[in-house]
Design a protein around this ligand. Structure first.
Ligand code: NAD
Length: 308
């Protein structure tokens, strides 16, 4: 399969590496000069589940690309999605499938401004990655990459993408309700990411604080109410138990938003708690947790001198 990775940071490089090793023709697309030049000169170095490897892989800026692709995986941060869609417009054909595995809410609507519904594949992944230096990343996981076509009558092309991922060791799975999975993942990020970032603690420390049950209850209830307006039922108690299960498994991990702030990079808060606050306000619901968490994360970005 001819594949482009639009946004080749931690996850983009991990997915790109796995797909090229699996026999696909992969091109990485990015805007970060140092990263692009390092990969052109020295190859891409990826450590997958502790095993290091370096490969030669095609990389360039979207504007340099004259090719078209069967499938484009988008791996920008949420706030870079629209810009990336603008930049890859010229590479799209009538049949190019666009896969979005970003964290956050509202991405399907943004993508639908550029891509026909039949070609949009939304999903979630539990693989994780990090950038160690330009051209050097690590990638970890084994869990599923769940995807679903936005048009329920267009499963076939998406199933080919699922099979391709499975063949590359990425554990692709066709989901029957990716909307639910996306909302539930947003609850994970809207609680653990936001609170660990504000409290400067890891997930174990967060789940040991006396206030955690009340905080989870408040945040998840607000997410659940907005999800309901989109036809997604998120049972609050069940979701909180799901969060506790994750916290027990990942313990001492610092979520990505915590790391974004540490690295002085803007967070995805506007697409998580911020989106719930905005949608709640539009619909006349009270959402004090989501609103204040968003304000506090933005305040922290400002204190750290992070440009949004
Ligand atoms: P990332 O920050 O590593 O990369 C995103 C973009 O930022 C890339 O284009 C990258 O080149 C650029 N970038 C990164 N560091 C830069 C720097 N120092 N200077 C200039 N540009 C830089 O993002 P990611 O972690 O791959 O996440 C992509 C999406 O996937 C997000 O929505 C994230 O929430 C989601 N996600 C990430 C993980 C994870 O473990 N990383 C897991 C699940 C979902």
């Amino acid at each position: 399969m001819k594949i482009a990775i639009a946004g080749s940071g931690a996850l983009g490089c991990g997915f790109g590496y796995m797909m090229q090793k699996g026999g696909n023709d992969v091109t990485l697309l990015d805007f970060w000069d140092e990263h692009i030049n390092t990969i052109k000169e020295n190859g891409l170095s990826v450590t997958v589940n502790g095993k290091e490897d370096t490969i030669n892989i095609s990389i360039g800026k979207p504007e340099e690309i004259k090719d078209t692709f069967d499938t484009i995986f988008i791996f920008t941060k949420s706030m870079g999605l629209r810009h990336m869609l603008e930049e890859i417009k010229h590479t799209l054909t009538e049949d190019t499938k666009v896969v979005c595995l970003l964290n956050g809410l509202g991405h399907a609507n943004t993508i639908s401004e550029y891509i026909p519904k039949k070609n949009i594949i939304m999903g979630t992944t539990v693989w994780t990655g990090g950038l160690d230096a330009p051209g050097k990343t690590h990638f970890m996981g084994e869990g599923p990459v769940e995807v679903q076509n936005s048009d329920e009558n267009e499963e076939e092309g998406t199933r080919q993408v699922v099979q391709m991922m499975a063949d590359c060791g990425l554990n692709g799975v066709y989901s029957s309700n990716v909307h639910f999975t996306t909302w539930r993942k947003a609850c994970v990020n809207g609680t653990m990411n936001a609170l660990c970032s504000l409290l400067d603690c890891n997930i174990k420390e967060l789940f040991d604080v006396a206030q955690i049950d009340e905080l989870n209850q408040g945040i998840v209830s607000e997410f659940s109410r907005v999800a309901e307006t989109e036809g997604v039922t998120l049972d609050v108690e069940e979701t909180i138990n799901y969060l506790k299960g994750i916290a027990e498994k990942v313990g001492g991990h610092y979520p990505s938003m915590h790391q974004d702030l540490k690295n002085k990079r803007p967070t995805e808060i506007d697409f998580l708690n911020g989106m719930v606050a905005k949608e709640s306000e539009r619909r006349g619901f009270e959402a004090p947790y989501s609103k204040q968490i968003t304000q506090l994360i933005h305040a922290k970005e400002d204190i750290l001198g992070i440009k949004r």
